[in-house]
Design a protein around this ligand. Structure first.
Ligand SMILES: Cc1cc2nc3c(=O)[nH]c(=O)nc-3n(C[C@H](O)[C@H](O)[C@H](O)COP(=O)(O)OP(=O)(O)OC[C@H]3O[C@@H](n4cnc5c(N)ncnc54)[C@H](O)[C@@H]3O)c2cc1C
Length: 496
């Protein structure tokens, strides 16, 4: 009877149910589960059981009602960052540098998200293709973190801290080595006192009206809670905002499978060049040569449902296997598989404001300038603070590929430099909100702009950047070709 009383749910129990529940309650946990499944099969519906963790289940034909009588609090901090991709790393760094105790929850065992787990190892340009650096601050710092212990191919002319370069050898971007990047991120987080909790999945925000008191997580130790004053959603899929009830927008994503490979021909050329970076190939499977799959016949998938994720993975791996079958040779090997589904844009917040793609437009509440990294020259846009927050939820802020930007704007905000930029803004604004004891909606944007400027973020564009589009670029757009990338021409229709 005890579990029934604890839950506070009363149903019409007959004496047979009560005897069985009594038996369940007094068995060891494995026996309980066995017995429960027997009971379950015999009498679907109107049943409660209890396991050792105090979780109560009511099994019906279509649902299992779950009641947790007690979830232990495992940690308390000023600020929780959910997701350790580029955006989460940048957000945690910014908040910690603003004197906040930060805990970062990451479901995998590796920082970097798509950039590392997803094998997206190209830090796209920080510059506009005309020699002007657009992304400074933590976006620039993280570029150098990715290459701190590994190879790089930042073109001559560009170096940390410069604002403009006349006739550089190329765009301010680099390839980076994934293991070296991951360990440099670990080091960066440790140096900045960010507590990283790996192998832990965010499950639900603990909401009290419009205020988030913390989050429920699951990991090897079971289910637990982390309490905080402020939460940064850097989950890549707006999981926190969505589950907190914020209006969100979802879309299907194209398939593009990235993997490392080795082949003798590339290796020979690499060895001649004397630089290891040229010996390793990066293969794109499923993506067209112009990096635009908008007309492709390859299906698209939702990244916000289990079915969508699984269908995506099956399809993407089938393409990769097709390629492997056609390339079973003694001079070729695939080296790796991505360990995170390579979705580009899945779900984003609707936001209090949205990025507007009017080139040259001045915004009083701009928190930084952004560009489409693939364009050269790239038009410059000012990004409004309100595109990081929801209109109602007072203490959850977003960072990364989930901020409020539509269509081509969403594309712009998903690239690594943009994710690092929004991470920095989110971390700084969240810390300010704690200090001021105000909601995220009431953060002093002028003070935020000042703090960001001090750390190298370009808040407003000058006249020199206003009409970028009409100018002649020194470099080709990034999507037209990087010699380290190889495409599998077999995997998209040749008619396109
Ligand atoms: C195929 C492909 C190619 C791309 N090419 C480039 C490129 O060349 N250059 C470039 O600059 N950009 C590129 N991008 C875009 C860029 O890589 C990503 O958009 C960017 O890295 C996203 O960063 P993020 O931190 O916002 O999200 P993510 O990288 O998705 O990070 C989210 C993190 O949150 C974690 N997480 C998710 N859910 C939970 C949960 N419930 N609990 C705990 N943790 C959770 C994930 O494990 C992950 O670590 C590409 C993207 C794709 C898919």
């Amino acid at each position: 009877m005890i579990p029934v009383i604890i839950t506070g749910y009363f149903r019409c129990f007959d004496i047979f149910h009560i005897i069985l529940l009594y038996q369940v309650y007094h068995r060891k946990s494995e026996e309980k589960m066995q017995l429960f499944s027997v009971i379950d099969r015999q009498m679907l519906g109107r049943l409660y059981a209890n396991n050792l963790k105090g979780v109560l289940y009511e099994v019906n034909e279509k649902f299992v009602n779950e009641t947790h009588s007690q979830v232990p609090v495992c940690g308390e901090s000023d600020l929780l960052v959910i997701g350790g991709g580029i955006a989460g790393v940048a957000a945690a760094l910014a908040a910690s540098r603003n004197n906040k105790k930060v805990t970062l929850i990451e479901k995998s065992i590796i920082l970097g998200g798509l950039a590392t787990l997803g094998h997206v190892c190209i830090y796209l340009p920080l510059c506009d293709g005309l020699g002007h650096k657009i992304y400074g601050g933590i976006a620039e710092e993280l570029l150098y973190t990715t290459i701190k212990y590994g190879y790089s191919n930042v073109p001559d002319g560009w170096e940390y801290g410069v604002k403009t370069v006349e006739k550089p050898a190329g765009r301010y971007q680099t390839h980076f080595n994934i293991p070296a990047c991951v360990m440099a991120f670990d080091e960066l987080m440790a140096e900045n006192n960010v507590e990283v909790i790996f192998d832990t999945v965010f499950c639900a925000p603990i909401m009290d009206g419009n205020v988030c008191k913390g989050v429920i997580v699951e990991n090897k130790s079971g289910r637990s809670a982390y309490i905080a004053k402020m939460v940064i959603d850097a989950s890549g899929d707006a999981d926190v905002m969505f589950r907190a009830g914020a209006p969100c927008i979802e879309q299907k994503s194209i398939v593009s499978h990235w993997a490392y490979e080795l082949d003798f021909e590339t290796m020979k050329k690499g060895i001649e060049s004397g630089d290891i970076i040229n010996t390793i190939g990066l293969r794109w499977i499923g993506l067209r040569p112009d990096a635009d799959n908008s007309q492709s016949e390859i299906p698209r998938f939702y990244g916000t449902t289990s079915d969508g994720v699984n269908a995506y993975i099956r399809f993407s791996r089938t393409l990769a296997l097709d390629f492997l079958k056609k390339n079973r040779r003694s001079d070729y090997t695939m080296l790796s598989l991505p360990t995170m589904p390579q979705f580009r844009t899945t779900r984003r917040i609707k936001g209090q404001k949205e990025l507007s793609l009017v080139p040259g437009l001045h915004l009083d509440d701009s928190v930084g300038c952004v560009i489409n990294c693939l364009d050269s020259p790239a038009a410059v846009y000012e990004f409004p603070y309100g595109a990081l927050i929801d209109g109602n939820i007072t203490n959850i802020i977003t960072a990364g590929r989930i901020v409020a930007a539509d269509g081509a704007g969403w594309e712009i905000m998903r690239y690594i430099p943009g994710c690092a930029f929004t991470g920095q803004v989110a971390g700084t604004a969240a810390a300010m909100s704690i200090d001021a004891g105000c909601t995220l909606q009431n953060v002093d944007v002028a003070e935020l702009q000042e703090k960001l400027t001090d750390s190298g973020v370009l808040i407003h564009m000058g006249e020199d950047l206003r009409d970028n589009e009409g100018k002649a670029a020194y470099a080709e757009p990034t999507k037209q070709f990087d010699p380290l990338i190889k495409l599998d021409s077999l995997c998209y229709p040749t008619s396109h």
